[in-house]
Design a binder for this molecule. Structure first.
Ligand SMILES: Nc1nc2c(ncn2[C@@H]2O[C@H](COP(=O)(O)OP(=O)(O)OP(=O)(O)O)[C@@H](O)[C@H]2O)c(=O)[nH]1
Length: 258
């Protein structure tokens, strides 16, 4: 039987508890919004197929619990992701500041080359806004440095290492306005940024499509390989859909070509 999609990707939603990860997912997959907050326990997932550049992409989206107590479990799902949404709530300065911690976890547990998008959710809550739109834009680039410095209470001249790979080394120079840090981080962590609302359906399709595009671009080579084979009348789809069969990290050996 012909496959209903060409490729399969795994995307992951991470961020503090209550920022709206589950609602973003429900809005995207089922066009639903739930006003109650029922905390996710561990991880959950939903599937949806979208078409990008003529390619039918089946995306498996993992919704992780934001609560600290599930972090050991949720971090095990990072390594199988090709794309990650880092979500904060625009009405919660705290959730925004914690983005740095989430970035650090991605750096530590996700595969190299994983695509990331920063999401400022609950954009409909204008009256409760604590995080300016520009802050979101900046955190996705150069301002991330300042967030790191705030979160880790870095002192001028101090060297800070974050992440096990020692890949984040911040040296704050009192007189250079930590320029080198800014540039380094902008390059390292430059992310696309969207303000969204699961409540009003703002930028939901756009952000999910964008992350899918980024993953496709990152795997262009493999994709071209699949296309060539398709033109030879071989099946383009290679993957077995594992819908309804959420796999743990221990038995996650199949499904994705990338
Ligand atoms: N106003 C508004 N409320 C939202 C929005 N998205 C989510 N919420 C509300 O925020 C609360 C938490 O949403 P969830 O999606 O359960 O949050 P979560 O990030 O999945 O939380 P955990 O599972 O605990 O990690 C719920 O009461 C939602 O109705 C939004 O875009 N606007």
């Amino acid at each position: 039987m012909a496959k209903q999609y060409d490729v399969l990707f795994r995307l992951l939603l991470i961020g503090d508890s209550g920022v709206g990860k589950t609602c973003l997912l429900c809005r995207f997959t089922d066009n639903e919004f739930h006003s109650s907050h029922i905390s996710t326990i561990g991880v959950d997932f939903k599937m949806k197929t979208i078409e990008v550049d003529g390619i039918k992409v089946r995306i498996q989206i993992w919704d992780t619990a934001g609560q600290e107590r599930y972090q050991t479990i949720t971090k095990q799902y990072y390594r199988r992701a090709q794309g990650i949404f880092l979500v904060y709530d625009i009405s919660s300065e705290r959730s925004y500041q914690h983005i740095m911690k989430w970035v650090s976890d991605v750096d530590e547990y996700a595969p190299e080359g994983v695509q990331k998008i920063l999401i400022g959710n609950k954009a409909d809550e204008e009256q409760k806004r604590q995080v300016g739109r520009e802050q979101g834009q900046q955190v996705s680039g150069s301002e991330l440095a300042n967030s790191i410095l705030r979160v880790f209470r870095c002192l001028p001249g101090q060297v800070l290492r974050a992440g096990t790979q020692d890949s984040v080394t911040i040296i704050r120079h009192p007189r250079t306005s930590h320029c080198s840090v800014r540039h380094w981080l902008a390059k390292e962590y430059g992310m696309d940024f969207y303000e969204t609302s699961a409540c009003t359906n703002l930028n939901i399709k756009e952000s999910f499509t964008r992350l899918t595009e980024l993953v496709l671009q990152a795997h262009r080579k493999e994709l071209d390989g699949l296309r060539t084979r398709a033109s030879n009348e071989l099946a383009l789809a290679e993957l077995e859909e594992d819908e309804g069969k959420p796999e743990g990290p221990a038995n996650s050996s199949k499904t994705c070509w990338c």
